[in-house]
Design a protein around this ligand. Structure first.
Ligand SMILES: [Zn+2]
Length: 132
């Protein structure tokens, strides 16, 4: 598969993921659960507890991810998708497959993490890895 074909495939992944997140935010977790590849720890937490606090935390993670996905789709439209925001080099496919809305290569993302407060980078990391 060429890089171009792989990126086109990731667009489908992003569109489906966006749909699932929109449904989840509207209270329907079924599609998000289907998409969860690792057993869906975040979804399970939401299903297993009736605590409003956890639900609202979940909603925060989901709406932030939704924002990332919208941004990635916008970048695809503009033809910038898959290139690092910082150094302009192509982001490795393996990284995009793990985090389809990544906007920086690993080296630059690490560089950015050093600048942002520690708490924020922790939250972003867990959002990136928990449901993909
Ligand atoms: Zn970079």
């Amino acid at each position: 598969m060429t890089r171009k074909e792989s990126l086109a495939k990731l667009r489908d992944v992003l569109l489906l993921r966006r749909e699932a997140l929109r449904k989840a935010l509207a209270g329907d977790l079924s599609l998000l659960q289907q998409l969860s590849m690792d057993g869906g720890d975040v979804v399970d937490i939401a299903m297993d507890t009736a605590q409003d606090e956890i639900s609202s935390q979940l909603a925060q993670v989901e709406s932030r991810e939704l924002g990332h996905i919208e941004e990635a789709l916008e970048r695809m439209k503009e033809g910038r998708y898959g290139d690092c925001d910082v150094c302009d080099k192509p982001i490795p496919l393996a990284r995009l497959q793990a985090v389809p809305y990544a906007t920086a290569c690993i080296a630059c993302a690490r560089q950015k993490e050093k600048i942002v407060p520690r708490f924020n980078s922790f939250v972003d990391d867990s959002a990136e890895h928990s449901t993909w």
